[in-house]
Ligand binder design. Structure first.
Ligand SMILES: Nc1nc2c(ncn2[C@@H]2O[C@H](COP(=O)(O)OP(=O)(O)OP(=O)(O)O)[C@@H](O)[C@H]2O)c(=O)[nH]1
Length: 220
């Protein structure tokens, strides 16, 4: 069964609706094949786990309230190439588009953890080159399959700590709340990084704002 969610291709980070500025965040899901990227996306969008997802690569748009404010998540559920080498590859278009990454591995699949390890390095290098503030969340999925676990929680946490990423272990199959936390926590990180990049408003900023409101040009 393929879930019907309307895809949308938008690449801006902010839009205006009425007089209210609507905040957007572009989230890219990456990881090896079969780790549950689509399951996590669909859980977040519909609160449901449907089991089989088909081979669809789409960008979905979903608005959620955080602290009383509408946040528009544009979520790119990437399709992983079957070839192991290619699965580590992240395109320039993806790197330029994303404000945040959810790197998914399965706790039962060590090879998928190694893919995430390499993708973290790839994104960190690209961030430096692009002077990007994009944030990364590492997610160990299929937590319900404890008896088949091959990657410990400590390994996931350590990788996240050593690379300045967030970390969650979740089960897309079992709970909605954990998945919600992943997206919300990633958004918080993006918001903080954006605020840091902007820096404090300062005196010049205040003068600029006052000039803009009263429509006068500064003479010095
Ligand atoms: N037990 C369990 N199975 C899961 C979980 N999440 C996903 N699955 C199953 O894992 C399989 C792959 O899930 P997908 O969401 O299609 O994985 P994907 O990473 O999008 O796969 P590709 O698009 O092919 O790269 C499906 O059979 C899902 O039902 C989970 O949390 N627990």
């Amino acid at each position: 069964m393929v879930v019907q969610v309307k895809p949308r291709n938008r690449y801006s980070s902010k839009t205006m609706e009425g007089n209210q500025q609507k905040v957007e965040a572009n989230i890219l899901l990456l990881g090896a094949v079969n780790v549950g990227k689509s399951a996590l996306t669909v859980r977040f969008l519909t609160r449901r786990f449907i089991g089989e997802y088909g081979d669809i690569e789409s960008i979905y748009s979903h608005t959620d309230k955080i602290d009383g404010r509408d946040i528009c998540f544009n979520i790119w559920d990437s399709l992983c190439p079957q070839n192991g080498e290619v699965s580590r590859y992240i395109s320039d278009r993806q790197l330029q588009w994303a404000d945040g990454y959810i790197l998914v591995y399965s706790i039962c699949d060590r090879a998928s953890f190694n893919v995430v390890r390499q993708q973290v390095q790839c994104i960190r290098q690209a961030k430096q080159k692009l002077a990007s503030t994009a944030q990364i969340m590492i997610v160990g999925n299929k937590r319900d399959l404890q008896h088949r676990r091959t990657v410990s929680s400590e390994e996931g946490r350590l990788l996240a700590l050593s690379t300045d990423c967030g970390f969650f272990e979740v089960s897309a199959a079992e709970t909605y709340h954990g998945v919600l936390m992943v997206f919300h926590e990633l958004f918080e990180r993006i918001r903080e990084a954006r605020a840091l990049k902007k820096g404090p408003v300062g005196f010049k900023g205040i003068v600029r704002s006052v000039s803009a409101v009263f429509g006068r040009k500064r003479t010095e």
